[in-house]
Design a binder for this molecule. Structure first.
Ligand code: NDP
Length: 295
């Protein structure tokens, strides 16, 4: 079967242009530039890269951005104080606290401390609850980006069997809710799999749409995928590779070379879901700045 790549890199460039145009028009009308802040605790290499990229993208579309760096040994209390300051900061539309956090900090407390009106990551229980009830909310960036990737490539979702592998709060779980909603991209019959799922292959191999967010490089092989399936690979893992200058390569959860020929659509890694995640964060920030969801 000849497959079509769901090219997130290309689509994210298109949407980046659209956002920039909107920002230019807003600013020309006297509206302040959207302002996003990112809090980075510690020196995790991958987190540094992700946050750096988010800041760069803010610049590219004409947003204000602030990067707040805190030491690895910042206490939970200090971080919560910082969050309260950001909640109160009037010229700030939205902010994120980059995950993962150091082990001594309870990520759930942090998520809940963020004012849901500034929660452009869409992780606060108010936004998650509103999402589940199909009310306007900030959608978590990765599933939001996947919806956009499906919509703009005219992938039909209604009535399809969808299997999501992985149930994290940031990807798998919200993805399963969104694809089951009665919405333009939705109306799937969804199965959510995780590490206790008894026969994973039984489920994955009957999926019309398979979304995999595991974090296990090349775990999904061709025998686990139905002919003609739409396959979304969320996984990004650094795998040691001495042939690369930086000493590693990025691997997805899908064994791309053998799975792709069976697919109708598939995302590459890198260049699939990753760039769409960042763009979705910008879209949420634009909505925050325009007070589209909360006044
Ligand atoms: P987590 O690491 O939090 O969770 C992994 C999930 O996989 C868990 O629900 C776990 O089940 C499940 N799981 C683990 N082993 C198996 C197995 N053998 N069979 C079935 N299910 C299994 O997931 P994240 O969503 O945070 O991250 C997943 C991947 O996606 C990572 O590689 C991450 O780097 C990447 N990622 C990429 C993003 C992007 O923008 N492209 C954004 C966010 C993440 P259980 O709950 O039972 O433990």
């Amino acid at each position: 079967m000849s497959y079509k790549l769901l090219n997130g890199k290309e689509l994210s460039q298109t949407i980046k242009g659209e956002i920039k145009q909107e920002v230019d028009a807003m600013v020309a009308n006297g509206h302040p530039r959207p302002h996003l802040a990112a809090v980075l605790v510690g020196n995790d290499g991958a987190s540094e890269t992700y946050v750096g990229h988010k800041v760069k993208m803010c610049d590219a579309v004409g947003f204000e951005s602030s990067l707040i760096r805190l030491n690895e040994d910042t206490s939970e209390e200090e971080l919560l104080e910082k969050i309260e300051q950001l909640n109160q900061q009037e010229d700030l539309d939205g902010f994120i606290v980059q995950l993962p956090l150091p082990k001594h900090i309870d990520a759930r407390k942090v998520t809940q401390a963020i004012d849901y009106r500034k929660d452009v990551d869409g992780f606060h229980p108010v936004n998650v609850g509103r999402m589940a009830q199909n009310l306007p909310s900030y959608l978590p960036a990765t599933p939001y980006g996947i919806l956009e990737l499906l919509e703009r490539n005219n992938v039909e979702t209604s009535g399809k069997e969808c299997v999501v592998v992985g149930r994290s709060n940031i990807v798998g779980s919200p993805m399963s809710i969104l694809l089951a909603r009665n919405a333009k991209v939705g109306n799937c019959t969804v199965t959510l799999c995780h590490s206790r799922t008894k026969d994973l292959k039984y489920h994955t191999s009957r999926a019309d749409i398979l979304v995999v967010a595991l974090g296990k490089p090349e775990f999904i092989t061709a025998d686990m995928v139905k002919e003609g399936a739409v396959v979304i690979d969320v996984g990004i893992t650094r795998v040691k590779d001495d042939s690369k200058k930086r000493g590693y390569r990025l691997a997805g959860d899908i064994k791309f070379d053998e799975v792709a020929p069976k697919c109708s659509f598939i995302t590459p890694v890198p260049g699939g879901v990753g760039p769409m995640t960042v763009i979705s964060l910008l879209k949420n920030t634009l909505k925050a700045s325009r007070k589209e969801i909360y006044t």
